[in-house]
Design a protein around this ligand. Structure first.
Ligand code: NZQ
Ligand code: ZN
Length: 388
């Protein structure tokens, strides 16, 4: 294995009836006035809002609230929250929601501490070195943002859905109560499962045969996600499956599966981010389309690893290495389809003529791809495979 450094400072409180601890946790970090961010209102319907706010009040923490964070979160909302946060002199941020709310919270926490335009961090002209402490109550398991230092924001006017990361952006504390995910619409559970599998695959195919321990962990987590997402689409209140999926999704992108993987590939995510910047499609839905297409395009770069995927995830035994590799890719696509995710860009109502603008937009992210470095033509070829 290559040398690596692994560090993850986030404290996770996991399980039923844990949200009530948020006030004590925030207080223990000496935060006196917290900016609470949330999405479009699901937290009012399932009681999460009341429990969280009650706990903050019990601990005498002053509260400023901003709701309305949209999926595929946007920079204008970040600016709005930074302005309020600065004016109100908040000293901590609490995100209640999924990746969209948590990513907004991370960007706001850094933006409040920065004199310039926080978009600089996404353009990589500013390296984030200061942020207010971030706390999260996770309501949908998908992105892993609750236990990593990354965030993804869209600059609407330029259609740039870009990411940044910093060690100061790891949440101090994240509460994951899987029971509250029973209220998720079925498709959101599915997109969360697809996203988590995609995060694992972004790293899995890197490292050849030198990352056995990570690959075994990755395969085990993928199989767990597959097993329990299938149960949840029929039985959304199944606590055991909710909790298995929740922890799997956190593990999928908290850094431990990236070890000795040169950071991972991430071309699929780059391409999907362009598609969702233009279409606002849910991230997991876009990945269900792009990931199998990327696999089909690049598998020859390491046929043995793709063969291993086919064998260990789908139990395929018959055929040449190439046949097993290709069968594994088809089975993955079939699995996404069976869950109810879209598997072609055409299904999203996208016109073939639009593929060029997605390719132009993705090309702005460089370098793209580690297993295979992709140029604009490669990106377009993958989009064409994904189209129908
Ligand atoms: O806005 P509300 O009303 O809360 O509804 C949300 C939203 O419509 C709903 N929801 C969440 N929890 C619920 C619930 N509905 C009922 N009951 C609950 N318990 O679910 C919808 C999706 O929420 P969102 O936060 O958008 O989902 P997700 O967690 O999938 O986040 C997606 C965003 O994260 C980015 C994606 O690109 C996308 O912008 N990513 C962030 C990453 C990171 N920070 O590490 C990595 C990922 O690869 C990804 O790019
Ligand atoms: Zn993702």
């Amino acid at each position: 294995m290559d040398n690596f450094i692994f560090e993850n400072p986030t404290k996770v409180i996991f399980g039923q009836d844990t949200i009530k601890n948020i006030g004590t946790e925030i207080k223990s970090h000496n935060v006196k006035k917290v900016l609470v961010l949330y999405g479009k209102g699901s937290i009012f319907k399932n009681g999460v809002y009341d429990t969280a706010i009650g706990s903050l009040k019990e601990n005498d923490i002053d509260i400023i609230e901003i709701g309305g964070v949209k999926s595929n979160p946007v920079l204008s909302k970040v600016y709005e929250a930074i302005e309020v946060g600065k004016k109100e002199k908040v000293d901590g941020i609490l995100a209640i929601g999924g990746g969209s709310t948590i990513d907004t919270a991370k960007t706001v926490s850094a933006g409040i501490c920065y004199e310039g335009d926080i978009w600089d961090a996404f353009e990589k002209t500013y390296i984030i070195d200061k942020a207010l402490p971030i706390f999260t109550i996770l309501t949908i398991s998908a992105t892993g943002s609750e236990m990593n230092g990354g965030c993804v924001i869209t600059k609407e006017d330029e259609k740039k859905k870009w990411s940044t990361s910093a060690s100061v952006l790891y949440p101090k504390v994240s509460i994951i109560d899987p029971t509250i995910q029973s209220t998720l619409p079925k498709e959101q559970t599915v997109y969360g499962a697809v996203d988590a599998i995609s995060h694992i695959l972004e790293c899995y195919f890197i490292g050849g045969d030198k990352t056995d321990v990570i690959d075994e962990m990755s395969e085990g987590i993928i199989r767990t996600i597959m097993k329990h997402s299938k149960i949840l689409i029929k039985d959304p209140n199944n606590y055991n499956s909710r909790s298995q999926l929740a922890w799997s999704a956190t593990l999928a992108l908290n850094g431990n599966l990236k070890i000795a993987k040169n950071g991972g590939d991430w071309a699929t995510h780059g391409i999907e981010h362009s598609v969702s910047a233009f279409t606002d499609v849910a991230h997991g839905a876009g990945l269900a389309i792009i990931h199998p297409a990327w696999m089909k395009y690049v598998y020859k770069e390491d046929v043995n690893k793709f063969k291993r995927f086919g064998e260990n995830i789908f139990g395929i035994k018959e055929g040449t290495s190439e046949e097993i590799a290709l069968e594994g890719i088809s089975k993955l696509k079939e699995f996404f389809k069976d869950l109810g995710a879209p598997t072609t860009l055409k299904e999203l109502g996208i016109k073939k003529e639009e593929l060029d603008k997605f390719a132009d937009n993705t090309e702005l992210v460089t370098p793209l791809g580690r297993l295979k470095a992709l140029n604009r033509q490669d990106i377009l070829n993958i989009l064409k495979i994904a189209y129908e």
